[in-house]
Design a binder for this molecule. Structure first.
Ligand code: AMP
Length: 287
């Protein structure tokens, strides 16, 4: 496995793989990798001839008061995990490599990026769509793999690729969870032992919501109240609790179609997100 730091190097590696007739799979990450990222690499490995993982903590998607400077950077461990999962190349550029000058060009996906995390993190998705555009132009993948863990990000990027005719496909992979249900996240490293025990409240709240819908509760305000009670009882501070149309991400008043339950909640120093899809007709759920 190669570890490269420049755009020229990764372009050369990908060009050689393509010349050899290989399809290119791409897994963009911010590093501090865990088994959730690993599942994306494995999926790419199973479907593509050449697998690139990017590791880049992208400054343009962090707000001024957010955790850009303290975001965990663990390239040594990340390299070990990527090699074990079968990646062919890690692209780990410096900020100056990706943004040699003040950035003046941005990609924006309207509507889908405005609610949920977009409302509490202004500018976040503009940073994500812009850096993914840059990475897609650098790597030129056939398929890029993203996690359902960041459901809104996945929806925004799928729409960007479709609206702007990127010649590639996006695949969205299931959320990987710890044994107790906590969604794996690089930010789980911020949790103390006590926070870690309480952090399972996001998953518990989502499961409770699912059970309530199965029992016939369809009022979004009732469901949101119950979710809020679970989170606050565990000492969490909800940022948002939203139940939205699974495709448009527009708010629902009653669950009368496929829906996404999305939560952002502070537990100790960490802002954690989690979500669950509810498929109606036939009623089936993805955990
Ligand atoms: P990040 O490094 O947090 O930017 O995440 C990189 C990619 O890994 C994104 O597509 C995430 O949605 C995905 N990802 C992060 N955590 C998980 C998880 N627990 N299960 C599945 N995918 C994940």
């Amino acid at each position: 496995m190669h570890v490269v730091h420049t755009i020229n190097e990764v372009r050369a590696a990908v060009a050689a793989a393509r010349k050899a007739g290989k399809t290119i799979g791409f897994v963009p990450t911010m590093g501090a990798l865990h088994a959730g990222h690993g599942s994306l690499v494995q999926k790419a490995r199973s479907e593509c001839g050449y697998v690139v993982v990017s590791i880049f903590v992208n400054p343009t998607q962090f707000g001024p008061t957010e955790d850009f400077s303290k975001y965990p950077r663990t390239l040594g461990d990340d390299t070990t995990l990527c090699a074990a999962m079968g990646a062919d190349c890690i692209f780990a550029p410096a900020v100056e490599e990706m943004y040699p000058e003040q950035n003046l060009s941005w990609v924006d996906v309207e509507k889908l990026s405005e609610g949920l995390c977009g409302a509490s993190r202004p500018g976040h998705f503009r940073g994500v769509t812009t850096v993914c555009t840059k990475l897609f132009h650098i790597v030129l993948p056939d398929i890029a793999y993203f996690g359902q863990k960041d459901a809104q990000q996945a929806a925004v990027l799928c729409r960007m690729v479709s609206d702007l005719n990127f010649p590639m496909q996006i695949k969205v992979c299931p959320i990987v969870r710890e044994a107790d249900g906590l969604a794996m996240s690089s930010r789980n490293r911020y949790l103390s032992q006590d926070d870690r025990r309480r952090a399972v409240c996001l998953y518990q709240a989502l499961c409770l919501c699912k059970q309530q819908v199965e029992k016939g509760v369809v009022s979004v305000s009732d469901l949101v109240r119950q979710i809020s009670e679970v989170l606050t009882a565990a000492g969490g501070a909800p940022d948002y609790i939203s139940i939205v149309d699974a495709k448009s991400l527009q708010p629902l008043h009653v669950i009368d179609r496929d829906a996404l339950i999305a939560i952002a909640c502070r537990v100790g120093p960490a802002r954690l997100i989690d979500n669950m899809l509810i498929f109606l007709n036939p009623l089936r759920f993805q955990l």
